[in-house]
Design a protein around this ligand. Structure first.
Ligand SMILES: NC(=O)c1ccc[n+]([C@@H]2O[C@H](COP(=O)([O-])OP(=O)(O)OC[C@H]3O[C@@H](n4cnc5c(N)ncnc54)[C@H](O)[C@@H]3O)[C@@H](O)[C@H]2O)c1
Length: 361
């Protein structure tokens, strides 16, 4: 099949993962790279190919790009998606889809109106231990998922928040640990447990006095299937410990993944040192498989660059979905659902009440 003409906007840290994949995948021809700082686009162009641009609309027009990858800070995602959708370009956006539900709705509407595909990055869905959990749930091997937990004990220091001027501020980042570091596991929790009915929660800044936003949040959830859930997410543990998602089923069995060991990686700065692994697997008759899964995943981890690999897998799946005319694994609606989760926690903290979902604005 003919490769798709691809382009990206925001030539910063995470964009190097997109550009590397777009330059290498047979489904893509990288035709343009755009940044408001033109020298960054020029550096990307020299490294990965594609013509450099400062203006997004001009890049899409001049290159005939068919799919755009948005790697700008979150409050800027909306503008790029609307410009691309209006030009008839399919769009994949870095997580979170946006910092607000109003932005999400504008993006979803623009994509629907133009008939283009909108997707959001959630590369941990492609981790083998996570895929294994999804298959076990879909095949009914844990019964019904009745209790879901997302736990993150991670770390970010002052240098991280000073590394880019947009970090750590409500106006330019839209939030803290909930908006920036947690979307991956918020997405996994909902993907594995199902739709959410109600959330209550609260947040605090416990030990990062040099930022405005949350470094820690906790929440309780009720799912539409009658199940319950719990979230504890924090950037206040030094050294960072782990990030896990555990799902317990109605037949009594438990399955889980440690998505990250230590602090979660910073794209373009730190590496993934330890493989994502299943850390719980008590499905009747499958108890012996945990060691087997871990050995397989440890061996595979040695054969890949994990930071780049899972981005490339999701980008390839998105491009193949466009070629096949089917929805991608992670849709724009999935991206909105994550924004709805952190919006509900902020709202619950503000009012002291639980928040019913969906939030319609
Ligand atoms: N999926 C992941 O694991 C992952 C990892 C890191 C970051 N991210 C997400 O990627 C996004 C970018 O993060 P980053 O760490 O790469 O940020 P960054 O600051 O390193 O890069 C952002 C780039 O956007 C450019 N930019 C800013 N405004 C622009 C505009 N109006 N037009 C064009 N370019 C503009 C900046 O010059 C910069 O080069 C964020 O939404 C973040 O949450 C995702």
């Amino acid at each position: 099949m003919k490769p798709i003409r691809t382009a990206l906007v925001g030539c910063g840290k995470v964009a190097s993962l997109h550009a590397a994949a777009l330059a290498a995948l047979p489904e893509s021809t990288l035709v343009g790279v755009c940044d408001s700082a033109l020298e960054r686009a020029q550096q990307f162009s020299a490294r990965f190919g594609g013509r450099p641009f400062r203006d997004l609309a001009e890049m899409i027009r001049d290159t005939g790009a068919e799919a755009l990858f948005v790697c700008t800070p979150h409050p800027l995602h909306r503008e790029a998606v609307v410009v691309a959708a209006q030009a008839g370009c399919h769009v994949m956006v870095e997580k979170p889809l946006a910092a607000s539900l109003a932005d999400c709705d504008a993006m979803l509407q623009a994509a629907q109106k133009s008939g283009v595909t909108l997707s959001v990055m959630s590369q941990r869905r492609f981790y083998e231990p996570v895929q294994r959990m999804k298959a076990a749930i879909d095949e009914g091997r844990i019964g019904r998922p009745i209790l879901g937990l997302f736990l993150m004990f991670s770390w970010r220091d002052e240098a991280y928040y000073q590394s880019d001027p947009w970090r750590g501020k409500w106006a330019t980042e839209g939030g803290g640990v909930l908006v920036n570091q947690s979307p991956h596991q918020l997405d996994l929790l909902r993907w594995l447990m199902g739709d959410i009915q109600e959330i209550s929660g609260c947040w605090a800044n416990l030990n990062h006095p040099y930022i405005e936003v949350d470094d820690t949040a906790v929440a309780t959830l009720k799912f539409r299937n009658g199940g319950l859930g719990s979230i504890v997410t924090s950037l206040s543990q030094k050294p960072g410990l782990f990030t896990k998602v555990h799902i317990h089923g109605s037949n009594g069995s438990s399955i889980g993944v440690e998505t990250d060991r230590g602090a979660t990686f910073i794209a373009g700065v730190s590496k993934i040192a330890e493989p994502p692994l299943n850390d719980l697997w008590t499905i009747p008759g499958e108890e012996q498989r945990l060691g087997e899964f871990q050995a397989t995943d440890r061996a595979y981890f040695q054969t890949i660059d994990p930071v780049a690999h899972y981005h490339a897998l999701q980008i390839q799946e998105f491009l193949q979905a466009i070629q096949a005319g089917r929805p991608p694994l992670v849709t724009g609606a999935d991206g909105r659902a994550v924004v709805e989760m952190f919006t509900a926690i902020y709202e619950s903290n503000r009012t002291g009440r639980s928040v019913a979902l969906p939030i319609v604005i």
